[in-house]
Design a protein around this ligand. Structure first.
Ligand code: KIV
Ligand code: ZN
Length: 522
């Protein structure tokens, strides 16, 4: 807290979103360039301060995604990750050239186990690399962040030495990652307080934290750090991220806002955009949100028990500490129907953050909308969002296309599916029986495609309410160590399942030579 003309102002808590980088490191969560741009626009509307758009040195695709995000985002800083290597930093600098405000985030591991086993470097060599990397990054931007990877298991004296050196080299944000999710709140908070107090030039940098959720403590550890002086939190929408994920943005933001009595800081987030972002990330990645997830889960504001309902009706504060509408829940309103025109459709889609690249794209989306409106009378924002996402999938993944699907399912009989696909411009038809309509359909598709991929997950969610709601199906496939998620939606869940399966098969078709930032050698 600081005083301006005698009025006490709260510090700013910087929200650094890494959904597009660490979030994308979740197995199966990889996103295309266009999907990343869509999420980045939603994050900008949410008013996150910094968007970590990716790791440009990972692959040409990652480079292009960071570049595309850098070119369109104006109100948030766009950040690129780089190992402490000249070639990574140059790649990040290049990708970020078009950004209005850019940041390079460079890192090197500092825990004894990572330095010895992974990097095979002495602590002195690690400091040298870190300083060199920060200086090189400063040639591209004044906004340079440094992370000592695996800080949660690093020696505090060594952290003080390396952090002091990188501040002198020009780092303006020092991010303390609990890379393997090993820390516990009291201890992690104390580490942050100690670093701020012990590093002589600590006042020249902002302390940040980046916590993983392996013990379910990512949010608690981040908040403990904020209570001890951290002024930037790295987090992701829905807590997406490597392994058990990162700290969830929505939980951090709402904890700081709801408990303003205990936090001396505030964010600039427009919390009403939280739910839209959460749904968009979930749809694009195919990672559903569990119903009891704080803030964005379907049950987060649902009062089931009679005693709770009674209390909420008398006075909502009896059981509610936040208002559902403050995080966007009231946005679930019926917007369009069968008789809505092209203009109404277009303006609502644009309000939801999508753009049509051409008249042809708008026409295609509008005809999909009309088809959906014939099957389903009330079209909600969630339906529109899914419709546009699906149009995007099909435009990008042309290799396998669903042409027709017919399923016979009768009590006492084995269900049978007949499917017609266009595979690489050739039309093929096949049949298969199965345990149920979905099983038969996926088997018929597999018979034609012969992918030999292993189905690791199949899940169905309804997008809105009612039996005419669209079912959103997620399919996870594994092949030769590569994991992809496919997504499909339809008012008929058998068709939604076929679309999801084909979407995953198309993703397996595209080459993926991305390097993992933390597995690479330095
Ligand atoms: O978890 C981690 O250590 C990271 C770094 C690259 C910051 O993601
Ligand atoms: Zn991480």
């Amino acid at each position: 807290m600081f005083s301006l003309n005698g009025v006490f102002m709260k510090d700013k808590l910087i929200i650094f979103d890494t959904t597009l980088r660490d979030g994308e490191q979740s197995p199966g969560a990889s996103m295309t360039r266009d999907e990343k741009v869509r999420i980045a626009r939603a994050l900008e509307r949410l008013r996150v301060d910094i968007i970590e758009a990716g790791f440009p040195a990972a692959s040409p695709g990652d480079f292009e995604s960071v570049q595309a995000v850098a070119n369109v985002i104006k109100d948030s800083t766009v950040c690129g990750l780089a190992r402490a290597l000249d070639k990574d930093i140059d790649r990040a600098g290049e990708a970020l050239k078009g950004a209005k405000q850019s940041r390079i985030h460079t890192f090197i591991a500092t825990s004894p186990i990572h330095m010895q086993m992974k990097l095979q470097m002495t602590p002195e060599q690690v400091i040298e690399h870190a300083v060199r990397a920060v200086k090189r990054a400063r040639q591209y931007t004044d906004d340079v962040e440094f992370s000592p990877e695996d800080a949660g298991r690093s020696d505090e004296d060594f952290l003080c030495r390396i952090l002091e050196a990188v501040i002198n080299a020009g780092a303006r944000t020092l991010n303390i990652p609990d890379t393997v999710g090993y820390s516990v709140p009291q201890q992690f908070g104390a580490t942050i307080a100690n670093l701020i107090q012990r590093i002589p030039n600590a006042d020249k940098a902002i302390f940040s934290v980046h916590c993983h959720n392996d013990l379910g403590l990512a949010v608690a550890n981040s908040l403990a750090a904020v209570m001890n002086g951290a002024r930037q939190v790295e987090c992701t929408i829905n807590g997406l991220g490597e392994r058990a994920g990162n700290a969830s943005l929505e939980e951090i933001v709402m904890a700081v806002r709801t408990r303003h009595d205990v936090f001396d800081c505030q964010t600039r987030i427009d919390t009403r955009e939280i739910l839209t972002c959460s749904k968009l990330v979930s749809s694009i990645t195919g990672f559903p949100v569990q119903p009891n997830k704080a803030i964005v889960g379907a049950n987060a504001f649902a009062h089931e028990a009679g005693i709770h309902q009674d209390g909420v009706l008398k006075s909502r504060e009896t059981y509610e500490i936040m208002r559902a509408e403050d995080v966007g829940w009231s946005a679930n309103r019926m917007v369009l129907g069968k008789h809505s025109g092209r203009n109404a459709f277009k303006s609502r889609v644009i309000e939801l953050g999508f753009e049509f690249a051409s008249e042809a794209e708008l026409n295609d989306a509008f005809s999909r909308f009309k088809q959906l409106a014939d099957k389903k009378h009330e079209i909600f924002d969630e339906d529109l969002q899914m419709l546009i996402l699906e149009a995007g999938f099909e435009a990008e993944d042309e290799y396998i296309k669903l042409i027709a699907l017919k399923v016979c399912s009768e009590t006492g009989e084995i269900p049978n599916a007949k499917v017609t696909l266009r595979i690489n411009n050739q039309e093929l038809t096949g049949n298969a029986g199965g345990g149920g309509a979905v099983d038969a359909s996926l088997k018929a598709i597999e018979k034609l495609v012969m992918s030999n991929a292993v189905l690791e997950l199949y899940s169905v969610n309804n997008i809105t309410n009612g039996t005419d709601s669209q079912g959103e199906v997620t399919v996870r496939l594994e092949k030769a160590g590569r994991i992809v998620n496919g997504l499909g939606a339809d008012t008929d869940i058998v068709i939604a399942s076929a679309k999801a399966y084909i979407n995953a098969l198309n993703k397996l078709q595209s080459p993926d030579q991305r390097q993992h930032p933390q597995k690479g050698d330095v």
